[in-house]
Design a protein around this ligand. Structure first.
Ligand SMILES: [Zn+2]
Length: 383
């Protein structure tokens, strides 16, 4: 089975410069390919376009002579940038996508492709990795990438002042035997992230002081940025003109945002692997009505909901990798309103009722009651 990994690297000054040069060249060629083909399209009409293969030859024989810096970027990385542009252009021609946009420096969405071209390329150690043409680069997170794994190629990207590698690794299938553990019902929510039928509760990380503090800081910096724009306008300058001051603030915000995302993702990953390690024979989740929840306009809530569906998807993928059956309870299954002991339905249950109380004597946290009901669901679809 192939598994994708993305992790941050800590290149030296020299290596970072080389990465930025490569990314810059890839972006340049991507844009150049698109611009040329738009021109071809406008002059000759539909059906005419220059392939990446031909364009690569043109770059090697003509463009490179005029712009010698292009040669500093590996030939295969250049070719890949043009192949990507070709795919985007073809999809557009076939009506599958909108007109492809030029890559802007600010957006930093360019990845550079690094195929193996020397012995030892893409070797992984616990704390470092050998990136083709760049050399051995330190890894930020030690031991995350599987050592001894076979990698054929990978990409390097840059975002908010940080550098990342993405690699595809061949890993052995984990599904050797079917998991035999007790099934788990999981109630996902905004108050607590996850309440499980076995009594385990995973709180919403957005309520921790660390995240709250960072979130506050992020908002403050965002306000600062908009003030900078207002000042610029007051001075009579155009909004789009370059300003080092604003650029710096943008990077600051991107970094804070990335830190927050990293904290959230780490937390989710930890929970997911804890669930999977119990080897439950099945996991039951609710059919989340995300659209209904999104109606609430409160931004932080919207973000939380967005992460919920993300968490759900990730959990589903991971569970499947381990051979755990994932059940999605029927959307009309009253997991909250039903008593998990006697089966009575409490139709007047309100959102603010945190404790579920039943005539049969059951008194239980409402989310735990819901999680137990989910585990016991008999009407479900498998994901
Ligand atoms: Zn009851």
């Amino acid at each position: 089975m192939l598994k994708g990994y993305k992790t941050e690297i800590l290149p030296s000054e020299e290596q970072a410069l080389k990465i930025r040069q490569t990314l810059g060249t890839c972006r340049y060629l991507y844009n150049l390919y698109l611009a040329s083909n738009f021109e071809v399209y406008e002059t000759l009409g539909k059906g005419f376009f220059v392939t990446a293969y031909t364009f690569d030859k043109y770059v090697n024989h003509v463009v490179k002579k005029e712009l010698p810096w292009i040669d500093k970027c590996g030939a295969k990385a250049r070719k890949q940038a043009m192949t990507n542009a070709e795919r985007a252009f073809k999809n557009y021609m076939q009506g599958k996508t909108n007109r492809p946009k030029f890559k802007k420096k600010r957006q930093q969405k360019v990845k550079a492709y690094f195929p193996k071209n020397a012995k030892g390329d893409w070797t992984i150690w616990r704390h470092k990795i050998q990136v083709p043409t760049i050399g051995i680069v330190k890894l930020k997170e030690k031991g995350y990438l599987p050592t001894k794994a076979k990698i054929h190629s990978g990409t390097v990207s840059y975002k908010a002042g940080r550098y990342y590698v993405s690699v595809l690794v061949e890993v052995p299938d984990n599904i050797s035997e079917k998991p035999q553990g007790e099934g788990i019902g999981i109630d996902l929510g905004i108050k607590e992230l996850a309440v499980m039928s076995n009594g385990v509760i995973k709180p919403n990380i957005n309520k921790t002081p660390q995240v709250k503090k960072l979130d506050k800081k992020l908002r403050r910096e965002q306000r600062r940025l908009s003030r900078k724009y207002v000042d610029k306008k007051k001075r009579g300058e155009k909004i789009a003109t370059y300003s080092a001051n604003i650029e710096k603030q943008v990077v600051k915000i991107q970094r804070l945002y990335q830190t927050l995302t990293n904290i959230r993702v780490d937390y989710e990953n930890k929970i997911i692997s804890a669930i999977v390690k119990r080897k439950p024979s099945f996991i039951v989740l609710e059919d989340l009505n995300v659209r209904g929840m999104m109606k609430n306009r409160h931004l932080s809530r919207a973000i939380a909901v967005q992460r919920l569906s993300y968490f759900r998807t990730k959990l589903t993928i991971k569970a499947k990798q381990y051979g755990i059956e994932v059940r999605i309870a029927d959307r009309f299954y009253p997991s909250s309103k039903k008593c998990s002991r006697c089966g009575r339905i409490k139709s007047d249950l309100k959102l603010k009722d945190r404790i579920y109380r039943c005539e049969c004597g059951l008194e239980m946290d409402r989310d735990l009651n819901a999680a137990i009901n989910l585990r016991n669901a008999t009407k479900y679809e498998t994901a």
